[in-house]
Design a protein around this ligand. Sequence first.
Ligand SMILES: C[S@@+](CC[C@H](N)C(=O)[O-])C[C@H]1O[C@@H](n2cnc3c(N)ncnc32)[C@H](O)[C@@H]1O
Ligand code: SF4
Ligand code: SF4
Length: 345
Amino acid sequence: MLRKVLRFWRDALLDILDGDAHKVLHRFAADVYRARYGGPNKLHIEPIAACNLHCEFCSIPPPLIKRESRFMSLEKFKKIVDDVKPHCVVMALYLGGESLLHPQLPEMVAYASKQGIYTELSTNATLLTPEVSRKLIQGGLDSITLSIDGASKASVEGMRLGSNYENLMHNLREFFRIKRELGKRKPDASFQLLVSKLNKDEIADFEAMAKGFGGHTRIRTLGLPTWVGEGVDLKALADKYILGPEEAAPFAGYEIDREGPCTFDQRSVVFADGRVVPCCFDIHGAHVMGNAYLKPFHEIWSGKTYQQTLPLVRAKQLDICEGCDLNPKRSDAKIKAQYSSQASP
Ligand SMILES: C[S@@+](CC[C@H](N)C(=O)[O-])C[C@H]1O[C@@H](n2cnc3c(N)ncnc32)[C@H](O)[C@@H]1O
Ligand code: SF4
Ligand code: SF4
């Protein structure tokens, strides 16, 4: 609780120093609105369901996910922002793919940001060119996760298949140079490393690298991809990337899999084709609440389907909750059985 309060005031101070005092006011207004009329405080939006990399461990590799349309137009995005603005405080502009493939992503960030919404992005940084960096920073992006996954060419390119280490380092150097040049404190930049067999000896170097650039680190273990979809050889993946119990022990103090309690009763997700689902882990759209392109968002949220689903989300009783990292009652036994049933002979 204290952490939450401190974070709130730290963000408020950064907003004011960066000339975004309207975001502080919006947060108060949205809290008052939600207390009276309800609505989720965080939206996860998928601008594009495609990726230029093919990280093998990716829990939601874009080719495996089905969408009617893989691309959200700027107009449709604006419609959703206008719908959710009264109650939405935070918007994550990524889900099943690499959002910087969308040519108007900076305009999306700028639009949501102008409405007072705190904007978040997670990116593989391969397309974070100096031009895009400048637009994102000027557009008021609040938080960026740089999914780099290593401190050496071998581990970065080994984890992030299809990336080029030198290109990434250039993009990162330029991003922080431009941020300094513009005199902006935001976006808050975290370098993310998913601990695996390929990078487990590079944590200290990774932390030094992030600090050298001017960011901080987020070290997590590679999740067991419990919802990667049919046909993925989990055993082979685990053999290549996932640490055994003894190797994993030194990382016990890090944020392992669990990101904290599930708060999806206060969040919602919109796919690139407009479908609304109750949780990011419902990546294949098993629980569609409606389509935000066809109806005002609040009608979907207050509709019978969503209102009947929310108690199941709170109780973690959706089918997808069973193996979820954020479910304290998750069935580890089921996951282990899944791995061993695919064991190589
Ligand atoms: C699916 S990606 C989409 C955004 C962007 N393409 C990226 O890589 O940051 C969102 C986040 O999921 C993380 N991720 C992918 N597979 C994972 C896994 N098996 N365990 C834990 N995190 C994973 C990525 O590292 C990234 O931080
Ligand atoms: S870059 Fe992101 S979305 Fe693309 S494959 Fe890797 S983790 Fe998945
Ligand atoms: S517990 Fe269920 S609703 Fe919550 S994050 Fe996990 S899958 Fe989603």
